[in-house]
Design a protein around this ligand. Structure first.
Ligand code: ADP
Length: 260
C-alpha cells in the first residue's frame, strides 16, 4: 500500500522496533496512562520514533489523552496501520479504542478473546521502524499481562517501568507487581513515583498529598533504580483532557523535570 501510510505499510509486526518498554502499575488511577503518554511525547521531543500499544483493553484512555479518539484503523497488505498522532508520523498508536463502534462502549470479554486481540496487536500491526514501543498495560497482574509478555518476548528483550503513588496501599500493590516481574523474568528498568506532592501555583508551597517517599523506599528495598517523582500538576490533568503537549507548553511546571 502506498500513499498516506506508505512508508510504514511494507513492514509488519515488530521486526523494526528497537526497544520495548512495558508500563506497569499495581493499581488503577495512579497515572500509568499518563506516564505512558508523557514518555512517548518526551521521546518524540528527543527525536525518536515511538509507538504506543494500549493493551488496557477495558480502560483504553490513551486515544483520548492524545485526542485521536474516533479515528479509524486501516488495513494494508501487512496488517493494521496504527493511528498516527502527528503529521510527521513520529508517534503511532494502536488501541482497542479504535476498534469499538462507540467510544464509550464497554469491553466485556473473557480472557481468551482478550488474549487473541493482544496477539493480533503484536503480530498484525504494521509498526514499521520504531526506536521505542511503549506498552500501556492494565493495572495488576492479569491475563492481559501474561498474554502481552508471551506475545512480545520472542521479538525483543523487554524492560518494565513501574508506576506507583507514594502511599502504602499503592506501594503494597507495586511490590506484588515487582514479584510478578521477578517470576516472569521481566527486567525492571525502574520505579516512578507519581502524584508525589502538590506545588501550590500561587505560593510555591509543597504539600505531600499522599505522604512521600514510598516509591523511593520500595525501589531501594527491591534493588531496582528509582527514576524520579512526578508532582501533581493541574495543568498536566488539563493537558491530558485536551490532548495538549504538556512538555512543550509547560516547561516551568514542577512536573516537567521528572517527565523529560
Ligand atoms: P491509570 O492509567 O493508572 O489508571 P491515569 O494515567 O489515567 O491513571 O491517571 C488518572 C488521572 O490522574 C487522569 O485524569 C490524569 O490526567 C491524572 N493524573 C495522573 N498523574 C497526574 C499528575 N502528576 N498531575 C496531575 N494529574 C495527574
Amino acid at each position: 500500500m502506498q500513499g498516506q501510510h506508505g512508508k510504514y505499510s511494507e513492514c509488519g509486526n515488530l521486526a523494526g522496533v528497537r526497544h520495548i518498554i512495558l508500563i506497569l502499575s499495581g493499581k488503577g488511577g495512579v497515572g500509568k496512562s499518563t506516564i505512558s503518554t508523557e514518555l512517548a511525547l518526551a521521546l518524540r521531543h528527543a527525536g525518536k520514533k515511538v509507538g504506543i500499544l494500549d493493551v488496557d483493553l477495558c480502560g483504553p484512555s490513551i486515544p483520548r489523552m492524545l485526542q485521536v479518539q474516533g479515528r479509524a484503523v486501516h488495513q494494508c497488505d501487512s496488517g493494521w496501520v496504527p493511528v498516527f498522532v502527528d503529521q510527521e508520523q513520529s508517534i503511532a498508536l494502536m488501541s482497542v479504542g479504535f476498534l469499538l463502534e462507540k467510544p464509550d462502549e464497554a469491553v466485556v470479554w473473557r480472557g481468551p478473546k482478550k488474549n487473541a486481540l493482544i496477539k493480533q496487536f503484536v503480530s498484525d500491526v504494521a509498526w514499521g521502524e520504531l526506536d521505542y514501543l511503549v506498552v500501556d498495560t492494565p493495572p495488576g497482574t492479569s491475563d492481559e499481562h501474561i498474554a502481552t509478555l508471551e506475545a512480545l518476548r520472542p521479538y525483543k528483550p523487554l524492560g518494565a517501568l513501574v508506576v506507583t503513588t507514594p502511599q502504602a496501599v499503592s506501594v503494597g500493590d507495586v511490590r506484588r507487581e515487582l514479584t510478578f516481574c521477578r517470576k516472569t523474568g521481566l527486567q525492571v528498568m525502574g520505579v516512578v513515583e507519581n502524584m508525589s506532592s502538590f506545588v501550590c501555583p500561587h505560593c510555591a508551597e509543597c504539600t505531600n498529598v499522599f505522604s512521600r517517599g514510598g516509591g523511593e523506599e520500595l525501589a531501594r528495598h527491591a534493588g531496582v533504580p528509582f527514576l524520579g517523582s512526578v508532582p501533581l500538576d493541574p495543568e498536566l490533568t488539563r493537558s491530558l483532557e485536551e490532548g495538549r503537549d504538556f512538555i512543550q507548553e509547560f516547561p516551568k511546571s514542577p512536573a516537567f523535570p521528572a517527565l523529560i
